[in-house]
Design a protein around this ligand. Structure first.
Ligand code: ADP
Ligand code: MG
Length: 432
């Protein structure tokens, strides 16, 4: 076997040894050198090299040793960096994850604004929306979008100085700088950036000294038209225990909320994630996973991994039955699919109306609104078509249902009490 063949086999074996960390882009990895017991693997960019180092080193080492029968050391190097040599100062913050790109992000009604504003900002940092503030519950893609901005800025404006910190890193570096008497360097480094990305700023809560430092960093960057991008788990005004002057600055630019994705978006995300891992799954399986996991997208990936692992263990293809088996252990409480009747029951109880009212021709607001909410929930929580949903609600046609869904989606954006109602109803329906 020549070294090229050995290398191909190593990559193949890694895919079997560690499917959760295997990616379709492993095809881009190249053999750089295999001499004296060291296998040097070339990666297309820094993000993939760091990912391999962090997640795949053991699998590669094990695979290489298994195939050659010798002790092997594995190293990952960057072979075709886009970054010019001149600006080699390494970023201090978060390692950019190769999976989290705009390409791998699925856009839906739940995240359209956040996505569009991230694209706009990465093409013209400091110009359009400054600061850009993204917020939403855990697992809805905030961090993913921040990584995507970093990828895009690095690819399109390699000379731009960008750093990405999570807020905890910011606070720790600040405290360190005070302890070591290096505050001027810390401040100088942050304030010379073109783009500063800080994830999870809710971490500033009750940390007054760090808030003060952050305030000055913010002002310095903002006044120099440098881009600031922030995320949090809640809207600026709901951050609590964060100084008013910071909160008001968070609202100066664009504030975009991320909502939980509907069924169709979840299906598309599962398919994207599968493709990224080089897995083949049918639409029926993607649909099933999207049905089992409804709120936190991170769990969609866990489900995919569980299914893949079971398929490997059993040596069987990924079918809906196998997927059900894999998810059954993981999520026993979510086995039963939601029906339109579940939704009608929950909505009529919540609004204190009768099912017959929803199916009637009555158009008064106290009946029409619950009916529209029913349609909207049926659309996002079940697989029924617009026609079928209309059929259950007094034989209405698909355009009426579509209109209702759009109307409620809009209210969910604009009106916090509708949002709260929808969240409560979804919780009740899902917990049965
Ligand atoms: P957050 O920072 O809001 O808690 P993350 O960005 O960490 O959420 O996202 C959690 C997981 O869900 C990640 O694996 C991410 O890639 C995935 N994810 C979230 N939204 C999307 C989306 N719209 N398209 C593709 N993947 C998504
Ligand atoms: Mg996050």
């Amino acid at each position: 076997m020549n070294t090229g063949e050995i290398f191909d086999q190593v990559v193949d074996r890694v895919r079997t040894l560690d499917p959760a960390n295997s990616r379709a882009w492993f095809d881009l990895l190249r053999l750089v050198d295999f001499n004296g017991g060291t296998l040097v693997v070339g990666c297309p960019d820094e993000a993939t090299a760091l990912f391999c180092e962090d997640h795949c080193l053991d699998a590669f080492t094990q695979a290489a040793q298994g195939i050659t029968g010798h002790l092997v050391t594995v190293r990952f190097v960057v072979t075709q960096s886009h970054r010019p040599e001149v600006d080699a100062a390494p970023a201090q913050g978060v390692r950019i994850h190769p999976d989290y790109t705009f390409e791998s992000f699925v856009v839906g009604p739940c995240n359209r604004l956040a996505h569009a504003s991230c694209i706009a900002v990465s093409h013209a940092p400091g110009v359009t929306y400054n600061p850009l503030f993204l917020y939403g519950n855990v697992g809805l893609g905030k961090t993913h979008l921040l990584h995507a901005v970093c990828h895009e800025v690095r690819a399109t404006q390699p000379q731009a100085r960008i750093d990405f910190l999570n807020c905890e890193q910011f606070v720790n570096s600040f405290i360190n700088a005070i302890e070591h008497g290096t505050l001027p360097e810390f401040q100088g480094r942050l304030r010379s950036l073109d783009v500063l990305v800080i994830d999870d700023v809710q971490f500033l809560r009750e940390r007054e000294q760090s808030q003060e430092e952050f305030f000055h960093t913010f002002n310095a960057l903002y006044n120099n038209h440098r881009q600031i991008i922030l995320t949090a788990d809640s809207a600026p005004s709901d951050l609590g225990r964060v100084e008013e002057r910071l909160i008001s600055r968070f609202k100066w630019g664009l504030v975009a909320r991320l909502d939980a994705p509907g069924h169709e978006t979840r299906v598309a995300i599962v398919q994207k994630k599968a493709r990224l891992r080089g897995l083949q799954i049918g639409e029926d399986v993607a649909d099933l996973i999207a049905h089992h996991v409804r709120t936190n997208i991170r769990e969609l990936e866990g489900a995919l991994t569980a299914i893949y692992a079971l398929a490997k263990t059993l040596g069987e293809p990924i079918t809906p039955d196998l997927a059900r088996q894999a998810l059954g252990d993981q999520l026993p409480s979510m086995q039963k699919p939601i029906t339109i009747t579940d939704i009608i029951n929950a909505v009529t109880a919540y609004f204190d109306v009768r099912p017959a009212d929803l199916q009637s021709k009555k158009r008064s607001q106290n009946i029409a609104r619950p009916r529209q909410i029913c349609m909207y929930l049926a659309r996002s929580l079940t697989r029924h078509s617009l026609e079928e949903i209309g059929g259950h609600l007094g034989g209405r046609d698909h355009s009426t249902v579509l209109h209702a869904c759009q109307k409620i989606a809009q209210l969910q954006q604009d009106d916090s009490s509708t949002r709260a109602q929808l969240e409560e109803l979804t919780r009740r329906i899902e917990t049965g």
